[in-house]
Ligand binder design. Structure first.
Ligand SMILES: [Zn+2]
Length: 600
């Protein structure tokens, strides 16, 4: 009897334990507790901010992979959940950085890192040329200021001041002409083969720091050497011509007039060598196969990026000096938890899904949508088999008003109706028609796939170490995910896949305040010589002119284009209505188009 009682108790306990696990830990339902668990892990200090391509990024990928396995998803990449992709993680100076300046009486050999530095966006070039002083390196006829007027810099190296002559004015029109990339681009257009930047003797900034050698992902100013040198070296150059750099600088500032000239008998041998470092990172994908044979070729994609900023870097908004883990709980452990919870939930109703549902976690998003861009261009299926892409990025901060922002609502005819009809959670919905945008859905929209992007809004912890797991509104996220589940379930069972609509988009390469519109959508993924576009907006000058996604613009008017900055600077020379000759590389071919610029 006693024994039997013991057994009963054991059975009772066992049953209780099984039930407990079944309903909370391993429940297929979308629950706030599971959302919190996933985010606690992904946004932990241990994962060091999941920077793309790092060991911790791979750990996060393995965690997602393991969950997909648990839910019984089918591997998407030939027996694997993981997809590797290459990317440029950083740059470094190679052996070929040498500067020798020959004065009439002696030779100067400035020391790299101490006396001078090659700029991160310098092309790889070896030049040997005469030196010319080109003031601030500004050519602005509209401001009646041209450092290059009557100055022949063809095949020369120009010495150029940083900043501009109107630096006391916080809203100076010269600001647009001051970026070092812009000045480099202008000098190259004028025929120079290299540029040497130097700090002026600015009244409130007497230091003489060299430019930081940090990668801006912007692409190099090719066939051109760019360097920054200390003032004392430039003083020696001036002195050898019987002049004072300080006096010359003061004169320009005082008179606000260019004072460019050719140095006499001064030559520089300048070699610039910047090397890109390629690394591997990962996407993770698995799917639930369609239960209905008729739609077995169609995929609905549910995605989110799982990478974040690591210990900071140039995208961080953190002001402190000591590096800190950027946990990225909302951005985007919240969206990643969303992919996991939705995968688990959909797996529990897998026999009711008429279309395939594909779950993807991307990395490389914070560096410019690198993972999703690689994904859409390296698929094990045809790209048009993906009939809808739903992206979740920062869905963990639902506020008391339950404000939920949905982008992409103009990319398919019925999106708004479906979204409104399924809003059984009291969300205050804000719709934005745009299909392109600053997250991974953009890569899919560029492939003419209807998209939606869910977002609970930005906040003061955005891109800071304080974006922590304990600030997530998990109950709110549970509602967001249930809403996305309802919506996706509906789409998966439609008799016809959603249609695709083009939404007109203003140009992202446009200078704010200027009215010229081209309508190109940049592609940040490729490492190309030129400005690569991922698409063109409907009705845009680019589209009407004949440009298309994948084209690489290499010349715009008379200007050589080797990166997106060159393109942006080129636009500044035109007004709406101008006809511009645009040369693009399409595959192996070079094609010339005429584009008539519009205003926007
Ligand atoms: Zn994000």
């Amino acid at each position: 009897m006693k024994k039997e009682i013991n057994l009963l108790i054991i059975f009772f306990c066992f049953g209780f334990v099984v039930q407990f696990f079944a309903q909370t830990l391993d429940s297929p339902e979308i629950t706030a507790a599971e959302i919190q668990d996933h985010i606690n892990y992904l946004a932990s200090d241990e994962l060091k901010g999941r920077d793309t391509g790092t060991e911790e990024c791979l750990e996060a990928a393995r965690y997602i992979e393991n969950e997909f396995k648990k839910y019984g998803l089918t591997t998407f990449f030939d027996g694997s959940y993981l997809q590797e992709f290459p990317f440029i993680s950083s740059i470094q100076l190679n052996e070929n950085n040498i500067l020798t300046i020959t004065l009439p009486e002696k030779e100067l050999n400035p020391v790299l890192h101490e006396d001078y530095i090659t700029l991160p966006f310098s092309g790889n070039a070896d030049v040997d040329a005469e030196l010319v002083f080109a003031g601030f390196g500004i050519s602005a006829p509209k401001l009646v200021y041209d450092d290059y007027e009557n100055l022949d810099v063809k095949d020369k190296i120009v010495v150029v001041l940083r900043n501009h002559p109107d630096q006391d004015n916080p809203h100076s029109e010269f600001d647009n002409f001051a970026p070092l990339r812009k000045k480099s681009s202008v000098a190259r257009d004028k025929g120079a083969v290299g540029i040497i930047f130097v700090n002026g003797y600015e009244e409130f900034k007497l230091g003489d720091d060299l430019v930081d050698f940090t990668y801006d992902r912007g692409g190099a100013v090719t066939d051109f050497a760019i360097t920054n040198i200390k003032r004392e070296v430039v003083e020696e150059i001036f002195n050898s011509n019987g002049m004072s750099f300080k006096n010359h600088y003061d004169k320009i500032i005082k008179e606000l007039k260019p004072a460019s000239f050719n140095f006499k008998n001064i030559n520089a041998k300048l070699s610039a060598g910047v090397e890109e470092i390629e690394t591997i990172s990962w996407n993770v994908a698995g799917y639930l196969p369609a239960a209905y044979p008729k739609f077995k070729d169609e995929f609905i994609v549910l995605g989110a990026h799982f990478d974040h900023l690591g210990m900071g870097g140039s995208n961080s908004l953190y002001q402190g000096d000591d590096p800190q883990v950027h946990n990225g709980a909302d951005d985007n452990a919240s969206g990643t938890a969303g992919v996991l919870e939705l995968a688990e939930k959909f797996a529990s109703v897998r026999d009711k899904l008429n279309r395939n549902i594909l779950f993807v976690a991307f990395s490389g998003e914070e560096h410019g949508l690198l993972g999703s861009n690689y994904f859409v261009n390296n698929l094990p299926i045809a790209v048009n088999q993906m009939v809808t892409m739903i992206n979740m990025d920062m869905i963990g901060r639902l506020n008391d008003e339950k404000s939920l922002i949905v982008y992409g609502t103009g990319t398919s005819t019925d999106w708004k109706v479906f979204l409104d009809d399924n809003n059984g959670y009291g969300f205050s919905l804000t719709f934005n028609d745009e299909g392109y945008g600053p997250s991974d859905h953009s890569s899919f929209y560029g492939k003419e796939i209807p998209v939606l992007f869910f977002f609970t809004g930005t906040h003061t912890d955005y891109h800071k170490p304080s974006d922590d797991a304990d600030k997530i509104n998990t109950a709110g996220e549970e509602d967001v995910l249930k809403y996305i589940f309802d919506f996706t379930y509906l789409i998966s069972n439609l008799m016809e896949a959603p249609d695709y609509l083009l939404v007109e988009k203003k140009d992202m390469g446009q200078i704010p305040g200027r009215k010229v519109w081209v309508g190109t959508i940049p592609d940040f993924a490729g490492d190309v010589d030129g400005y690569k576009i991922s698409g063109v907006s409907d009705g845009s000058p680019a589209q009407l002119g004949g440009l298309q996604g994948g084209d690489i613009i290499i010349k715009f008017g008379e200007k050589k284009i080797s990166n997106i900055y060159d393109f942006t600077y080129a636009l500044a020379d035109f007004v709406p209505g101008d006809k511009v000759k645009v040369i693009v590389k399409r595959g192996e071919e070079e094609i010339t188009f005429e584009v008539t610029l519009k205003s926007k």
